[in-house]
Design a protein around this ligand. Sequence first.
Ligand SMILES: Cc1ncc(COP(=O)(O)O)c(C=O)c1O
Length: 380
Amino acid sequence: MITESNLLERAAALAGLAPDTPEIVLDLDVVRANIDRAAATAHEMGVVVRPHTKTHKLPRIAHMQVEAGAVGVQVAKLGEAEVMADGGIEDILVGYPIVGEHKLARLADLAERVTISVTVDSDEVAAGISRVARERGLTIPVLIELDTGLRRLGVLPGPAAADLAERIAALPGIELAGVFSHEGHVYTQARDDGERERLTQEACRAAVDTAEVIRSRGLAAPIVSVGSAGTFRFAVRCPGVTEVRPGTYVFNDRSQIAQGAATAADLAAFVITTVVSRPTPERIVVDAGSKVLTSDRMLVPDPPASFGRVWGHNDWDVVRLSEEHGVLEVPPDAEARVGDRLAIVPNHVCPTINLASAVTVVEGGQVVGHWPVAARGRVQ
Ligand SMILES: Cc1ncc(COP(=O)(O)O)c(C=O)c1O
């Protein structure tokens, strides 16, 4: 059992297990607990989980999610979908507009091997999918992507989205499956749980209402798919939502803790570093810079100027990065010497994992493997 009081002990144990540094260590016991907890919450609310694999990029973890009840996975890019399909995952939602002949051919190749669905927010993207599906004799399920506040992709909810759905449903080779949104704006707009809940409910209601408008036109739109790790606990309680797609919940990070979506005990991935210099009492330099930690700030409304925090030390922050150096500001009496190992909690774990070629996996306090991050860099 992980408690606040044994955090330091656990950090030291994990740091000691990395064969070299900088290295990402995954605590598989915590990963399993995170997966099971989300699966149980969703199950209780009658909602299915389709985790986003961008966080882990590891087919083995996708299998753990499916074994815990996930209907399949979501990916952003076809490259990730190819890795997941090669790894034996059979139901994959590509939540990204597929544009260009080469990509359409890869999409069709995938759809011939596994169950593939895609998101669409324009007639142009739908036309390409329809054409390649018809040429190959396939029917590809499509979800209409809605903009429920993120202002990234997506059509605005309501009649305009239903008009698009109607045009898309009429295309050959396409089966209209429902609507899709990602309420990522809640991370940077909401300042407390009340606001998080309100913004999530607004976003989910807009998606559910749009699905209703589509259905009122005589079209099938069975799926209402929403979600993020930060809003998961609110989205599962929104009536009419059928599917939630958290990604970061599997490992968690500083942003998820700041969002109230995780506690220190739910952290499963750490960047283990070595102190390579202490030029002044207030400054420590570790061997992980932006090529390891990324330069992402925390996903919160006013992110602090910190690129990660040493686990168990609330006043040891990475305040500056160059490519290979992480510069920490610490109290002058901080006990850290050259050669010490420090476990750093990343601000945003997903891009951090994407920079690692492999991760060290720990279970029951022992190293049980070094897993290649199979989908890292698969951004095409
Ligand atoms: C479309 C989409 N769905 C789901 C997710 C998962 O969200 P999170 O990483 O916050 O769990 C993301 C994250 O970027 C996303 O872009």
